[in-house]
Ligand binder design. Structure first.
Ligand SMILES: [Cu+2]
Length: 259
């Protein structure tokens, strides 16, 4: 009996200790087991490659997620060939790249992605130095001395005369003087406004000085018949062109211009 009690007692103490331990260990009860949380993932084998941040290509998004990796980018991971290259040695066997730069050896050239041009250091072509051309010294050009230009002297416009004399020449009573416009001399007379024109009968016959055209006197002036040696005068107060003729000898014509 004593033994039984003893066993019970020991068991009870052990149980109490166990319970106590369990109660004291917060993780034992509270923390759920992570493994139990993981769900078995069934991904399809569909090929829709995704590159994870770990640089590994996953068959599709599901596989990426199943691997608990984050997506870097869609598609297969692009491997950088350069980074995969073996490090180049430092031995100097120069080669020249097509970029005109000298590379220590073929390895460094290739790793630079530059095509090979030729062996050895690049031959640097010195830029041609143009010989200095002395600036041509132009002979001093004396300033051209322009010949003094005399101010253009405008031809003095002779003021129109205030008087004029017209002759009725001898023989004008006979037709023919009109062929050369010499029935009144001069045939055309230019005078200023307000000028007085005098007609002198130098012929032996009597004549007239009548304004207008032969047959149609306009009444501006008319000498009526004036004898040999006589003078007829008329003052022109208005500018204009005045035709005149002889009423006796209609071939006789003349003009007075008044300005
Ligand atoms: Cu006449």
């Amino acid at each position: 009996m004593n033994f039984s009690y003893g066993v019970i007692g020991i068991v009870g103490v052990l149980a109490a200790i166990t319970i106590g331990f369990i109660a004291m260990d917060p993780t034992g009860i509270i923390e759920p087991r992570i493994v139990a949380e993981e769900k078995p993932v069934a991904c399809t084998m569909q090929w829709d490659p995704m590159c994870g941040v770990d640089g590994v290509t996953y068959g599709n998004m599901c596989m990426l997620n199943a691997a608990d990796k984050k997506l870097d980018y869609s598609g297969e991971c692009v491997t950088d060939s350069k980074s995969n290259m073996k490090p180049c040695t430092k031995d100097y066997r120069p080669v020249c790249g097509v970029d005109g730069k000298t590379y220590g050896n073929m390895c460094t050239l290739e790793s630079s992605g530059i095509s090979f041009d030729y062996e050895g250091e690049c031959i640097v072509v010195q830029p041609k130095v143009e010989p200095k051309v002395e600036p041509k010294v132009e002979p001093k050009v004396e300033p051209k001395v322009e010949p003094k230009v005399e101010p253009k002297v405008e031809p003095k416009v002779e003021p129109l005369p205030m008087t004029a004399i017209v002759s009725v020449p001898a023989g004008s009573a006979v037709p023919g003087c009109d062929d050369t416009n010499e029935c009144y001399l001069p045939y055309e007379t230019n005078v200023a406004k307000g000028a007085t024109v005098s007609w002198i009968n130098d012929d032996s016959a009597a004549h007239t000085v009548t304004s207008g055209l032969p047959g149609t006197p306009d009444g501006v002036f008319d000498s009526s018949l004036f004898m040999a040696g006589a003078v007829y005068e008329f003052t022109f107060d208005d500018a204009g062109t005045y035709d005149y003729y002889c009423m006796v000898h209609p071939w006789m014509t003349g003009i007075v211009n008044v300005n």
